[in-house]
Design a binder for this molecule. Sequence first.
Ligand code: DOR
Ligand code: ZN
Length: 430
Amino acid sequence: MIIRLDGGRLYDTGRGSFEQASVTYDSNHGRILAIGQGDLPADHVVPLDGAAILPGFIDMHVHLRDPGLTEKESLASGLQSAAAGGFTQVACMPNTKPPTDTAEIVEDIVRRGRDVGKTQVHPIACITRGQAGEELTDFASLKAAGAVGLSDDGKGVQHGGRMLQAMGIAGELGMPIIIHSEDETLSGRGVLHPEAAKRLGLEGIPVEAEAAMIARDVLLAQATGAHLHVCHVSTEPSVAIIRWAKARGIRVTAEVTPHHLLLDESIIDTDDARFKVNPPLQSERDRAACLEGFLDGTLDIIATDHAPHTAAEKAQGIALAPFGMVGFETAFSLLYTYLVVPGIVPLRRLMEGMTSRPAEIFGLEGGAIYPGGRADLTIVDLTAEEAVDPDRFYSKGRNTPFAGWRVTGLVRRTIQAGRTIFEAGEERLA
Ligand code: DOR
Ligand code: ZN
């Protein structure tokens, strides 16, 4: 079927601005046929009433909790939540139950993810068996099964020698090593940034725990030539080390989350586990350094680290609750409202960080709208406004610190390979 989106404002990736233009695509082949007011006949016309047409968003760090932890999230609920957030592709982390450490589990996620019929999912597989930090997994078979990268996310690989060995093999296979940087001999049993922890009488996570492991791993990337991707960068020294590594030509890329760009530890004044996340909300100085790093490209991309947990788990209080915040359904609107609208971050940089740059780094299709390209499109109303309401999330997780925040930039429709995978107001799948 030939479909035309009419009356929208098309985002021009080259210029970073909008122009009035229609987009015509073939929903069978999933490709864009024409841009502009061409006279291609369409079977169906979708009126957009001035909404923005953006390239589909890509999130390279998410937790879908499937297999095994489906009381927190499932492929169905997680991929519907992703679609509702405007994401056309996501990469899911392997801290599932069992952990995603075999080709069979990778294939199962790809197959069942496709059956959900929402956002396209790319599994990330474990670096070590069971994420135990000891024996390496079989990288070649994981790659053949469809893994886009390797990570023990949720934990850092503590043993430097093992990481050197992993990067040697991953480098030869052309697979990125995606690191959760945390030296556990430093972070210990800490739960919050030391200042916030002091206020609440809890144990702190020394800020050095992150940068110490990033320093080790950029040197190992230099030694092996492997592509190192650093997850959820949160501190000033981490940004400085990555900037130094890039200047030396070391193959390192990095991501930053919406919560580390928008929040700092000073917001935590009660025992509310919605603020508990790993790495923790850091100081205002760290937040400013992450923002600067994102603006100058040191931190390449935005990743949500969407980490759903049950209400019961999060009700245990900061000392006992698991780390994590949900992110899909608030990422774009929060960043647009609080960074783009006030002129802190250009829309063009935000769009790069959420579309073209992740595609480029991980070799995925996407990030631009052009005739012949895949019809991965996110339709956003840049004028409507609402308050974040977790009860209306499609995710099973309600654990967000942004409840009640006023936002604009609301996702109305998401199209993946020519199929509408989300329309505002649709029913929950599960
Ligand atoms: O806050 C976090 N939650 N950080 C992680 O590294 C893991 C994640 C999770 O799986 O819940
Ligand atoms: Zn992590």
